[in-house]
Design a protein around this ligand. Structure first.
Ligand code: GDP
Ligand code: IMO
Ligand code: MG
Length: 456
């Protein structure tokens, strides 16, 4: 058992596991800490999770698939995780892939093997996979590409997906023809029949889709044997973690609030709930067990793929942020679009998630700027609007109201505490904190673990 951290509020009850026992609201079991993206992704969630994971017993993914790309830098070595929780680096914690995640098995093992070559030892023994998680098949990935081509042809634009099969796999799940881990590990004859039906369903929609069914089934059978030792009933596993001895449980959000299927900039979004509800539905965690919800926001804004981006800077500032910030997608290698920090979207993310604190990352990237702008409100026809527009045509038209700050023109990368930061940078951070109305707990000034200033 690990000592309770003084830096995070891991609340515990120590109640023994038992079903059917009466519990009061104050005695709901261990509290779960959730880390979520507050913009359009790539805010540095991996780094924040890595920081917290050094003390965690469990690190869990609840949604998304290998469309995510989370970077962790430890001892100068850079790891990128897509399906594996970033906590897999910590040899003392268990990593859990929950029912809300969609799993591409070749991708999962490829990722594990690649990281093993970098020195990640024993990951298969530390990984637990929910039997209720849905599978992404190779043909889902092909269909993802075909749908993008179709969108381009029909509407003159696509979504710019990662082509990892995420949309098609969640579509299969929602249309109740999807196949889950428990199906793969059950009667393989039955699984094969359902797999063939699913292929036929997609072929009727996309006649050009060719699938070598027998070859796919052979490979899936092989993967299933490698996967079997990791598979558990995810709900019961989580129940025991919540109600057994004190445990520190961390949930690593993938993608981000503005990419959420319900709350994001639809249709230019991903296909899962990347906001706090996804932690409950994607792992079987009751809302009462949600403790701290940490939002991760970059000190500026980036976006990969298509869609409205009100504070985007298609100029020298955008280029500087892109090059200084090395803003290149971890999963797709695409250049990320860049712009000023948009506090309208971060406040919107807070409305949905109820952040208890914020991690503000990549402050160091702003070090060389003469002046720094922050989007504080949107105007439509000259009038401020209090909400975040649902309609993308409206969002394209908003005029952003900015506050302008003088740049600090000082290298912050060696700062390790608040007092090491220049006054102008402190001013910038305090403004953000006040405007969102959520305390900033960490400020990132570099890639590695130690480049994180902890404020309280
Ligand atoms: P995620 O998807 O939210 O986990 O973020 P990504 O890993 O896709 O992108 C964040 C990038 O920023 C990674 O390359 C990180 O190593 C890097 N990063 C994170 N925090 C900081 C920071 O405070 N300063 C700098 N310079 N880089 C950072
Ligand atoms: P992390 O976890 C940035 C974007 C894609 C595309 C849209 C839909 O690293 O922050 P999908 O393949 O999910 O159907 O693509 O969502 N997208 C991300 N952008 N970071 C991510 O994850 C993303 N996951 C999806 O670029 O625009
Ligand atoms: Mg990323």
């Amino acid at each position: 058992m690990m000592a309770a951290s003084s830096t995070t509020s891991w609340r515990i009850s120590g109640e023994p596991a038992a079903t059917g026992q009466k519990r009061s609201r104050n005695d709901a079991g261990n509290k779960v800490t959730v880390v979520l993206g507050a913009q359009w992704g790539d805010e540095g969630k991996g780094k924040v999770v890595d920081l917290l994971a050094t003390e965690a017993d469990f690190v869990c993914r609840c949604q998304g698939g290998n469309n995510a790309g989370h970077t962790v830098v430890v001892d100068g070595k850079e790891y990128d995780f897509h399906l594996l929780p970033s906590g897999i680096i910590n040899p003392k914690s268990v990593s859990l892939i929950g029912n809300g995640v969609v799993i591409h098995l070749p991708g999962l093992f490829e990722e594990g093997d690649k990281n093993e070559k970098k020195g990640l030892k024993g990951w298969e023994k530390r990984l637990i996979v929910s039997d209720r998680a849905h599978l992404v098949f190779d043909f889902h990935q092909v269909v993802d590409g075909l749908q993008e081509t179709e969108r381009q042809a029909q509407e003159g634009k696509n979504i710019g997906t990662t082509k990892k099969g995420i949309g098609p796999a969640y579509s299969s799940k929602a249309s109740r023809t999807g196949l889950r881990v428990c199906d793969l590990l059950g009667d393989f004859k039955d699984f094969s029949t359902r797999f063939k039906n699913l292929v036929r369903q997609y072929q009727s929609m996309y006649p050009s889709l060719t699938v070598d069914v027998e070859d796919q089934l052979k490979k899936l059978k092989e993967y299933s044997e490698r996967l079997r030792p990791m598979v558990r009933d995810g709900v019961y596993y989580m129940y025991e973690a919540l109600h057994g001895p004190p445990k520190k449980i961390l949930v690593e959000g993938a993608n981000a609030a503005l990419l959420d299927i319900d709350f994001g900039t639809y249709p230019f979004v991903t296909s899962s709930n990347c906001t706090v509800g996804g932690a409950c539905t994607g792992l079987g965690i009751p809302p009462l067990n949600i403790g701290d919800v940490f939002g991760v926001a970059k000190a500026y804004t980036t976006r990969v793929g298509i869609g409205a981006f009100p504070t985007e800077q298609l100029n020298a500032v955008g280029e500087l942020l892109q090059t200084r910030g090395h803003e290149v997608g971890v999963t797709t290698g695409r250049k990320r679009r860049c712009g000023w920090l948009d506090l309208v979207i971060v406040r919107y993310a807070h409305m949905i998630n109820g952040f208890t604190a914020i991690a503000l990352t990549k402050l160091d990237i702003l070090d060389v700027l003469d002046e720094i702008k922050v989007g504080v409100a949107y105007k439509l026809n000259g009038k401020r609007i209090p909400h975040f527009p649902a309609n993308m045509d409206v969002l394209q038209k908003v005029e952003v109201e900015y506050e302008t700050f003088p740049g600090w023109k000082t290298d912050t990368s060696a700062a390790r505490k608040w007092n090491d930061l220049p006054a102008k940078a402190q001013n910038y951070i305090r403004f953000i904190e006040n405007h969102i109305g959520v305390p900033i707990k960490w400020v990132g000034v570099g890639k590695s673990r130690e480049c994180m200033i902890q404020m309280f």
